[in-house]
Design a binder for this molecule. Structure first.
Ligand code: HEM
Length: 208
């Protein structure tokens, strides 16, 4: 949908879906970090102490996974990488230097956003699969000690991968003015769309 004020980028339910994931990500991250290293154990105070942190973390993570599954089923088709996206990623130097005019045409999402989407998918799957393996007392009997040890390491690596990706995701959302407004209100300005996502702008408006 487009009108004189701007273009519709997200529906209400997509926004709710996204912001619930963001909230659960913060809670899962804080409770996970509290258990990751003694230097961050003080964070367990936010969840009512060590035992409660340990109990709630897998439930928060599971809820986040289910909501992420829903958003990824809704958005995966917008994130299929094409030739332009690969070229965009190769020209990341021009992206950083603000030389948008040298970049190939960007559609609904740019190569960086699409790559971040797939890193999120891979890390979320890795987190849920490995997390279940050492979730006491529910599933722990199904896996040997060795398997659970490997699962714990993969879980930590996937969590760091996701945290770093989300830091970049949030930084980019702040850096490109008008992007957060899209996820907050559902609308983006026509100028924002023309400048940052010209291919999507053309699709939405039929204008060249
Ligand atoms: C914590 C603060 C977060 C902020 C400020 C934020 C901000 C945003 C914004 C502004 C967009 C719209 C981008 C656009 O329209 O071009 C977006 C899209 C999206 N965000 Fe977030 N986000 C956050 C956390 C997360 C988390 C934790 C996840 C998943 C684990 C996530 C997954 C997504 C996905 C899948 C999209 C759609 C983009 C795509 O399909 O490629 N976000 N986010």
């Amino acid at each position: 949908m487009s009108n004189q004020n701007g273009l519709k980028r997200y529906t209400g339910s997509e926004r709710l879906n996204h912001w619930l994931i963001a909230l659960l990500f913060v809670l899962a991250g804080l409770s996970g970090l509290a258990m990751f290293h003694p230097s961050m154990f003080f964070l367990s105070g936010l969840f009512g102490g060590g035992s409660l942190t340990r109990i709630v973390h897998p439930f928060i993570g599971s809820a986040m996974f289910v909501l992420f599954l829903i958003i990824s089923l809704r958005f995966w088709h917008h994130n299929v990488l094409n030739k332009n996206d690969i070229q965009w990623l190769k020209q990341i130097g021009d992206v950083m230097a603000n030389h948008e005019e040298r970049l190939p045409e960007v559609g609904r999402y740019n190569g960086g956003q699409k790559a971040a989407f797939w890193v999120m998918v891979v890390s979320m799957i890795a987190l849920v699969v490995t997390g279940v393996m050492f979730w006491r007392p529910y599933f722990v009997d199904y896996f040997s000690v060795d398997v659970r040890r490997i699962a714990a390491v993969v879980h930590a690596v996937a969590a760091w991968g996701l945290i770093l990706t989300i830091i970049v995701h949030v930084y980019a959302a702040i850096w490109v003015k008008g992007t957060i407004g899209g996820m907050r209100t559902g609308m983006v300005s026509r100028a924002w769309a023309r400048k940052h996502h010209p291919g999507w702008f053309k699709e939405e408006t039929g204008q060249k």
